[in-house]
Design a protein around this ligand. Structure first.
Ligand code: TXA
Ligand code: MG
Length: 346
């Protein structure tokens, strides 16, 4: 059902909210990616949510709220840092992990003593949460392990026939998921870099640690497994300075083309001259200086390349400043950790 992203029709919102209250599933836009919503306090609805996504019950989901008053109703302790971040960045692409209140069902938190909470900055999402009158549990609206959806069409491809309704408000403005920050540790720790840059968090609450999800080892939550945002083709990420990136990109493309691989490249406009004379599928994400644009086009480009029956996707990194950290995280996870860095032999 189409809905205006700025001024959603109250009748459409009421219908979607009714489905949620009755235990049904509704996909809706947020400013990051499309979410698959269920009543976050209804265990039967939550069970259906995990079933529809094919998601293991060991992977906790985020509760979405529309008003600050809901925060202490869901979180048992709300430290000053949480209030500071909530007041500064909500509604927005930031998820806070806090000790949970007893009313939060175990299915939401996968049995953990903590709960993840966020207030999304999308008029449709906010209207839907308010109309439903309950916190909305919403993982990204893709089948488990697939690339997150940034359009209603992507949701339909993954979940069509499994859910009651999709609210289509066009492409999502940010394009990567929210930043997840754990405030139960001595130092606030980013568990998943996302749409809100680390620099903005540090400006508000001081030093922030980043949990390195790209290395093997015990994950702090089962959902933070290395391979997650996965295309079907094998993917490799190149990390290094621009000139090196472009020459290595060309060298690798040539090598695999020689072996009759069907090769795709996920690159910036600036990289195009390095590969445009080769028989490779090119997905250019925009200027390397425009990280917002790169983030917005990343998932659609991965889906697009994935639909072309490639054997190998060579992707380039965009550094760690601002949204670069989230982009790197998603690329490395899509590649299942396969990374080539400068000065490493091929
Ligand atoms: O932008 C977003 O966050 C989107 C939109 C729909 O809001 N949602 C989203 O949900 O990305 P999902 O389920 O795909 O990812 C939620 C992440 C997972 O990495 C999960 O492990 C983590 O949040 N998470 C949830 N609850 C947690 C908890 N109690 N402790 C640690 N991590 C948690
Ligand atoms: Mg997800």
């Amino acid at each position: 059902m189409t809905v205006d992203p700025q001024h959603p029709d109250p009748e459409v919102i009421a219908r979607a909210a009714g489905i949620l209250r009755a235990g049904g599933l509704v996909a809706f836009p947020t400013e990051t990616v499309y979410g698959l919503g269920a009543d976050g306090l209804n265990p039967l609805a939550l069970a259906r949510l995990f079933e529809a996504k094919g998601r293991p019950a060991t992977d906790p989901v985020i509760l979405h709220i529309a008003d600050l008053e809901a925060l202490p109703q869901l979180a048992r302790e709300v430290p000053p840092s949480a209030w500071t971040l909530a007041r500064r960045f909500w509604p927005g692409p930031l998820t806070l992990v806090l000790p949970k209140q007893a009313i939060v069902p175990d299915l939401v938190t996968a049995g953990l003593p903590t709960v993840a909470i966020r207030m999304p900055a999308h008029p449709v999402a906010l209207a839907l949460i308010r109309a439903a009158g309950t916190p909305i549990a919403a993982p990204s609206a893709n089948r488990f392990g697939h690339t997150s959806p940034t359009t209603a069409q992507h949701v339909l491809e993954d979940l069509g026939g499994r859910i009651e309704l999709i609210l289509d408000a066009g492409p999502t403005p940010i394009g990567v998921e929210s930043t997840v920050i754990d405030l139960t540790r001595p130092i606030p720790t980013i568990l998943r870099p996302g749409g809100l840059p680390r620099e903005a968090l540090e400006a508000a609450v001081g030093p922030v640690a980043v949990f390195d999800r790209s290395v093997a080892g015990p994950a702090p939550a089962p959902g933070l497994l290395p391979k997650h945002y996965a295309p079907r083709a094998e993917m490799v990420v190149l990390i290094g300075p621009g000139e090196w990136l472009r020459s290595r990109l060309r060298e690798l493309a040539l090598r695999y083309l020689q072996e009759s691989y069907r090769v795709g490249v996920l690159i910036a406009e600036e990289d195009r001259p390095a590969v445009e004379d080769l028989p490779v599928e090119i997905a250019a994400l925009g200027s390397e200086k425009d990280l917002e644009g790169i983030a917005r086009r990343l998932y659609p480009a991965m889906r697009e390349l994935d639909g072309r029956g490639l054997d190998l996707i060579l992707a380039r990194d965009f550094g760690t400043q601002g949204l670069g950290l989230a982009i790197r995280d998603r690329l490395i996870r899509a590649a299942g950790g396969r990374v080539i860095k400068e000065d490493e032999p091929l």
